[in-house]
Design a protein around this ligand. Structure first.
Ligand SMILES: NC(=O)c1ccc[n+]([C@@H]2O[C@H](COP(=O)([O-])OP(=O)(O)OC[C@H]3O[C@@H](n4cnc5c(N)ncnc54)[C@H](OP(=O)(O)O)[C@@H]3O)[C@@H](O)[C@H]2O)c1
Length: 167
């Protein structure tokens, strides 16, 4: 089972602008770090570029891109490129490390892996931001709410843990 983790505005599902996050919510970055630390994060090529094309430390960074490849990466690098979704799913099936596999975005990658994601950590932001990347149109009724924690600083937002129904 894959896990998803994302932050987006509640009303418009905005998740990015100019290849960056449109907001600065330190508590959400902290939550993302603590949730994913020691595990594997899987992202699209544009999201990898948005974090400076450097791996997030203490996590395996897997990147989906039809063009890039791992050939020029140093051995032992925490970065690995994959050309297809199926290559990623196969690599996960061969892994016995016990690490969780977090799909971290962006929008294209959530669309690609939507059906494989069994749990979602969603930060719903109760403020409208302009953006050019929206979370894909999906049926959230496929999930039920397991847990919710409300915060108001620096803007109101809710940390929600969702589980896929009928798993
Ligand atoms: N709010 C959040 O939690 C959050 C999280 C992550 C990202 N973001 C934001 O989201 C935005 C980026 O999202 P995005 O949707 O534009 O891009 P993305 O999903 O990060 O990356 C898209 C790229 O992934 C590769 N790709 C997608 N589907 C593929 C497939 N089926 N097979 C092979 N490669 C595939 C392609 O790379 P190639 O072109 O190299 O083939 C494509 O251009 C940024 O603004 C970022 O800040 C927000």
């Amino acid at each position: 089972m894959l896990s998803g983790i994302v932050a987006m505005t509640r009303h418009s599902q905005v998740m990015g602008k100019d290849n960056q996050l449109p907001w600065n919510i330190p508590g959400d970055l902290k939550f993302f770090r603590s949730t994913t630390l020691g595990h594997r994060i899987i992202m699209g090529r544009k999201t990898f570029e948005s974090i400076g094309s450097k791996p997030l430390p203490k996590r395996e960074n897997w990147i989906l891109s039809s063009q890039h490849c791992s050939d020029n990466l140093s051995q032992g690098s925490d970065v690995r490129y994959f050309k297809t979704k199926d290559e990623i799913l196969e690599a996960i099936s061969l892994d016995s490390s016990g690490k969780k596999n977090f799909i971290i975005g962006g929008a294209q990658i959530f669309q690609v892996f939507w059906k494989e994601i069994g749990e979602f950590f969603v930060t719903w932001i109760d403020h409208d931001y302009e953006g050019d990347i929206l979370f894909p149109k999906v049926n959230w009724d496929e999930f039920h709410l397991q847990q919710e924690r409300r915060e108001i600083d620096p803007i109101p937002h809710s940390f929600c843990h969702l589980l896929r129904k009928n798993l």
